[in-house]
Design a protein around this ligand. Structure first.
Ligand code: FES
Length: 272
């Protein structure tokens, strides 16, 4: 799978456009791919940020954090990725809900774009709320504005938009009695957990896209399990999107930390 183009969106966050025509033909908002950098690499899931069926490409966005993403970041246009499997998972449920609020934390800004487009096309009023630590970590502001009716930016340090976290503008609106028919929150686990806690008292249906460790991506290994309404569900085939209010967040976040020591050791070796 040749890399057609690469772009550094902000420091350590890259967008890769990859030639994968059969994946591009079938991709839909909310789905993901699993790739291996080379024949000995681990398999990592990445949400599809965009696709072009005519050109035969899919775009993924990743942050350089661990061994695999560090090795991925060393590749250049013309280099190839050994395996790219997809599109996997269920597409986002899209219909005319009314007012849809899309909340994105960190580089999930890229992954909400296809959902925003699809929700707009279905006739929804789309509010996008993007949160970042500071202004240097924001990207695609114009594209987000084009694909929404309202764009709200929050930064932890107040260097762009309003100072504070991504949940605050949503909470204020709900407290004022403004109608929001559906929330979709995508980002780090802690951000999705607090988005869920924000909307729960108001009974607003809230969907999150879960990002557990995955291996096969086809429902066989069980490592992507998530506890939803007291039942074990597999994010790769039952998700990746679930009802945020039904998720056991503490269990999920503890499972995400399972291999932290091994991941650190692996990264040290990788950087040698
Ligand atoms: Fe193996 Fe989901 S990744 S069951």
């Amino acid at each position: 799978f040749p890399i057609v183009a690469t772009e550094e969106l902000v420091p350590r966050v890259r967008l890769y456009r990859i030639h994968a025509p059969r994946v591009a033909r079938k991709a839909a908002a909310g789905q993901f791919v699993i790739l291996r950098v080379d024949a000995h690499g681990e398999r990592i899931p990445l949400t599809i940020a965009d696709w072009d069926a005519a050109e035969g490409t899919v775009s993924v966005v990743f942050m350089e954090v661990g061994t695999t993403t560090t090795r991925l970041a060393r590749l250049k246009p013309g280099d190839v990725i050994a395996d790219l499997c997809g599109p996997l998972g269920n597409p986002t449920e899209v219909e005319n809900f009314g007012t849809v609020c899309l909340m994105a934390g960190g580089f999930a800004t890229a992954t909400i774009m296809p959902i925003a487009r699809a929700m707009k096309a279905a006739g929804n009023r789309v509010i996008i709320v993007v949160g970042a630590r500071n202004k240097d970590l924001l990207f695609w502001r114009e594209r987000l504005a084009e694909n929404s009716d309202e764009l709200i930016i929050t930064t932890d340090d107040g260097s762009a938009g309003r100072k504070g976290v991504v949940t605050e503008p949503v909470k204020e609106r709900l407290e004022r009695g403004e109608r929001i028919d559906r929330v979709i929150a995508i980002g780090p686990s802690i951000m999705m957990k607090f988005s869920s806690l924000t909307t729960k008292p108001f009974g607003v249906k809230t969907i999150v896209s879960m990002n557990p460790i995955m291996v096969d991506g086809t429902g066989m290994c069980g490592c992507c399990r998530v506890s939803v309404a007291g039942q074990t569900r597999f994010a790769c085939v039952d998700g990746p999107e679930f009802d945020a209010h039904a998720i056991d967040w503490d269990n999920f976040m503890a499972r995400q930390r399972t291999y932290i020591d091994e991941e650190k050791r692996s990264l040290e070796i990788c950087r040698c």
